[in-house]
Design a protein around this ligand. Sequence first.
Ligand code: ADP
Ligand code: MG
Length: 642
Amino acid sequence: GIRSQLSMQEQRESLPVFDKREELLKQVQENDIVVVVGETGSGKTTQITQYLAEEGYGNKGIIACTQPRRVAATSVAKRVAEEVGCKVGDEVGYTIRFEDVTSDRTIIKYMTDGMLQVEALSDPDMKRYSVIMLDEAHERTVATDVLFALLKDAVKRRKGSLKLIVTSATLDSAKFSKYFFDCPVFHIKGRTFPVKIFYTKRPELDYIESTIDTVIDVHVNNPKGDILVFLTGRDEIDTCCETIIEKMSVLYKSDPKMAELIVLPIYSALPSEMQSRIFEPTPEGKRKVVLATNIAETSITIDGIYYVVDPGFVKVNAYNAKLGMDSLIVQPVSRAQADQRSGRAGRTGPGVCFRLYTKNAYLNEMSANTVPEIQRQNLSNTILMLKAMGISDVLNFGFMDPPEEDTILSALDELYILDALDVDGNLTKTGKYMTSFPMEPKLTKTLIKSIEFNCSYEVIIIIAMLSVPDVFYRPKEKKERADKMKSKFNDYNGDHLTLLNVYLKWEDSNFSKSWCQDHFIHEKSLKRARDVKRQLLSIVENLDRKERRLDSSVRSCKGNYDLIRKTFVSGFFKNTAKRASNHGHKDEEGSYRTLVENIPVYMHPSSSLFKKHGVDYVLYHTLVLTNKEYMHCITKIDPKWL
Ligand code: ADP
Ligand code: MG
């Protein structure tokens, strides 16, 4: 395409934000807070930081730009480093959980909003920074919402030496401006072309199948232009990619003149070489289809997309009031999201969007906007942070859209039971210790308990394995073989120990790549687990040093794995369940009831305990709601430990 023939500089100057450069810099100079609204792809994320650096803001501190997603932070940092002409980690770097690619020279730093929130704990005034850009504010993640309130105050205290830019694709600018002391709103108009929208006549029974059919139909029957498909997660994307490739190979055979369809996935667990492939221009005469999670909705922009296929679903982490805890659920997108998705088709020329739902669903069933995360998630981590910052009255914290009082109270309750807060709601010693770890309180509590139970070495490995995307993969054509290999790692007491086995065996293989391939294991996930493990070990060691503990807290249980299971009960007692009585019938479903709330939950077939006898009491790591509430990562426990 034309774009690929332009030099990097010409590309930069062709972005809509470029025409607004001087005006924007003037606004930032004259105001401590500016809200910037601009269409996706107009150059907000990659350009504004560079303009600020060119203007000298980097001499007074770091220019930070937050992203709700890890992939966005890393991919944008790589792109900007390329534009600046430096290595990632030099002038341009990124920081995400368990990975810091910055140096003393870094003046433009992309980071997840979660990481900046953690920094606020030790430095509420954000002294290291001259400008903070809270990007993708329309996503309304918990961390961004918390930062809204914290930075609003920090800007006031810094008296002009800290600038705040709140950036977003679509947002209620009047509401934002009002919240930020009536600050100015700056608009960047994108160049967009009309997008023709098609709906299905009837609701689709199987959206995966109709997605695949639509993609192939577009390829076979429509003029050139790349395709972007929105799916909910990695498994779905991998399955779709495999099926499309299979179906295409049949078509190539029957019609040798058929143009090639390049099939590319994009999700956060994908190796980064694969991630960058989606940005490569499509060779002449071929077509590309990118199958993405909602990362491609607004955080990253792929040029050359003319067709969008939108089944209308998204996976979110939501607080489940019935269960009293968070679970991952797949839900319909909001109208605002649907519009963002179709908009992706109109950046290079007039486009087409296939919505795999009815027009009636769009108009009458979908909610207008996405509910801010803070109003649907468990807040124990957030409340712990606020408490650690000395904010005692969390019920009256200045959120833009405050969560329900009940959500805050239940978070306070959880923290009290985990021994992080005392009866008066003040931070305990345990609670203070907990804030040193970048994890949810349940896991931190488990880690602390493991020190007492002398099994912290193994527990740290398991926590690391739980913090990374699923390590096992099952290619469609080799499912049986993959399952057989996986069963070799199975521990008869459950999945937590199975994960430990995988890691230790990988270590035995000397971290071998071919070992991963032979055992159907994602090497990238294991490598990340190794990084997480190292980081957790170093946090524990630093704390030991600080507290002048003479012997190390990190000890191995030397094969006494019951200690490990017992340890997990201390953090996850809320996630325990008892087998449901089934009146002498064979239990085909693996049905259980949670011990605390007596809610029906089911054992997921991927568990090594599935259909095993004598598993009466279990602990699980997460619940995933599909057609039923499924427990994932399950371990057998002894009721005596409760
Ligand atoms: P916004 O934040 O306004 O949505 P971005 O700054 O992310 O816009 O993107 C501006 C342009 O930069 C995009 O249209 C795209 O062409 C280009 N771009 C962004 N990231 C990459 C990348 N990793 N590789 C190639 N081009 C990219
Ligand atoms: Mg952006």
